[in-house]
Write a protein of this length. Structure first.
Length: 181
């Protein structure tokens, strides 16, 4: 893609104040993925750093991580592994509780989703406090995955999640940042 043709992805992300709670500005990627060229560029830009990284599996976090992660797995030509909310996966699972910017939750992963030593790329739409991503990394490690990197469309840097992951030795990539929250 020529640089002159590049879209401003940030401008395609809709901001909805006071959702799901007063004081939270929800960064809504539905406006980005509804834009064909915007979705394509975001998937390409997210995947580009990993083309030569010998990724074995892309793991996406429910639900918006599935949208980007599934497309990225297709570009990389590798399998996709879903990390889901409690009770959604039919097979034997491992689970992890975590806290969010607005609440607490539990995620699960099929115990046989990753072969021992497989190189895994974790994907979600947004990193805020990093609680969700750290829980996902814990699960992926527990089943034998080697976490190559974590990729996010959006970083909220003031909430510290990306820094926290880096402090724990995880490589982090993101496409756009919303400062000041
Ligand atoms: P955290 O665990 O705090 O890093 O939160 C990240 C998860 O919560 C991601 O799955 C996001 O989709 C969601 N999330 C947290 N804060 C927001 C926000 N301000 N706008 C949209 N999604 C958010």
């Amino acid at each position: 893609m020529q640089s002159s043709e590049r879209l401003d992805l940030k401008s395609l992300i809709r901001s909805i104040p006071d959702y799901p709670r007063t004081g939270i500005i929800f960064r809504d990627i539905t406006s980005l993925i509804a834009h064909g060229a915007g979705f394509k560029q975001s998937v390409r830009d997210l995947t580009e750093p990993y083309m030569d990284q010998k990724i074995d599996k892309v793991a996406g976090i429910e639900a918006r991580g599935f949208i980007f992660g599934g497309a990225m797995a297709d570009v990389l030509g590798v399998g996709f592994v879903p990390i889901r909310k409690q009770g959604k996966l039919p097979g034997k699972v491992v689970g992890q509780d975590y806290s969010l910017e607005y609440g607490t939750d539990r995620i699960e992963l099929h115990a046989d989703a990753i072969a021992q030593g497989e190189r895994v790329l974790l994907v979600d739409d947004l990193i805020a406090t990093g609680g969700t991503a750290l829980a996902a990394i814990e699960l992926l490690k527990r089943v034998g995955g080697d976490i190559v990197s974590a990729a996010f469309v959006i970083d909220l840097p003031d909430l510290g999640g990306a820094s926290l992951l880096r402090e724990k030795g995880v490589d982090v990539h993101s496409l756009v940042a919303f400062e000041g929250e």
